[in-house]
Design a protein around this ligand. Sequence first.
Ligand SMILES: Nc1nc2c(ncn2[C@@H]2O[C@H](COP(=O)(O)OP(=O)(O)OP(=O)(O)O)[C@@H](O)[C@H]2O)c(=O)[nH]1
Ligand SMILES: [Zn+2]
Length: 297
Amino acid sequence: MSLFDGRVRKDNAGLFTVEAADGALLCCRAATRLRNGGQGVKPGDLVRGEDNGDGTGFITAVLPRRNDFIRPSVCNIDLLVIAVSASTPATPLYNIDKQTALAALNGADCCIAVTKHDTETDGAQTELLQRVYTQAGCEVVVTSAATGEGVDALRRRLEGRVSAFSGASGVGKSSLMNALYPAFSAQVGEISGRIARGRNTTRLTELFKAGPSTYVADTPGFTMLDLVRYDIIPLERIHDAFPDLRPYMDRCRYRKCTHTGEDGCAVAAAVEQGLASEERWESFCRMYGELKAKKPY
Ligand SMILES: Nc1nc2c(ncn2[C@@H]2O[C@H](COP(=O)(O)OP(=O)(O)OP(=O)(O)O)[C@@H](O)[C@H]2O)c(=O)[nH]1
Ligand SMILES: [Zn+2]
């Protein structure tokens, strides 16, 4: 028996597929104390354990997580790719900003993947998204799964990172994933087959391996709605949810400025001067209002 360090690729009802540092896939159970007393084990986790030498192993430790998404159950995400259609269905900027907020609070970078560029007639939506989100510090890549535009550029952005995709239903996430990684569906099936026990046919979150250190979380159901519903932003942390506006918030005239329209607000001044975008500030104000109105549990 030897020891291994690895990354959890999939959780199939307590039977984990772990990619060991040498690239081998191990089918592992986890120590009961990790599952019950601890934080659990989930896709994205970096773990240590014992390799039984027969393709199976036993997870004995979970390394601290840099972030942890509740639903889908995935952690240690470097990059959240937010898919937004250039045409239909239209995504309100506020919905995008809820997602960038969650990424920021989780210490993950954000990339706006504009989808279906081939169907856009006037270019206005793409221009808006590029302007607002480049200024907000996000990466923006304009793509079309139909023509292949931007697919190589996006693939390069994903290289060497662990990414998850989100976006409203129908914006083209699956089409984009397939354009990025044609081997995607095949590999998902391969891992599932290895540990399938014939009982549960539901597709579960798993990390697709797209390169030596490139992973993409295949997260059925990782839609915008899930992000918004399951990960709750506390009002005290809203400032950190808008990293582009954050630097101005310490420069307001009043220390208790909420940055939602008071006199002497440095955020308002930054927007006025074109240093920050009005759209992002509007989202901040709206989110502030909604969180403030929320009843404590
Ligand atoms: N013209 C065009 N159509 C696209 C493109 N990408 C996706 N579509 C179409 O848009 C529809 C939705 O695409 P999907 O890839 O299934 O979208 P999705 O975001 O995965 O949707 P859910 O599975 O519901 O979350 C399909 O009819 C696709 O054919 C594109 O780049 N150009
Ligand atoms: Zn202010």
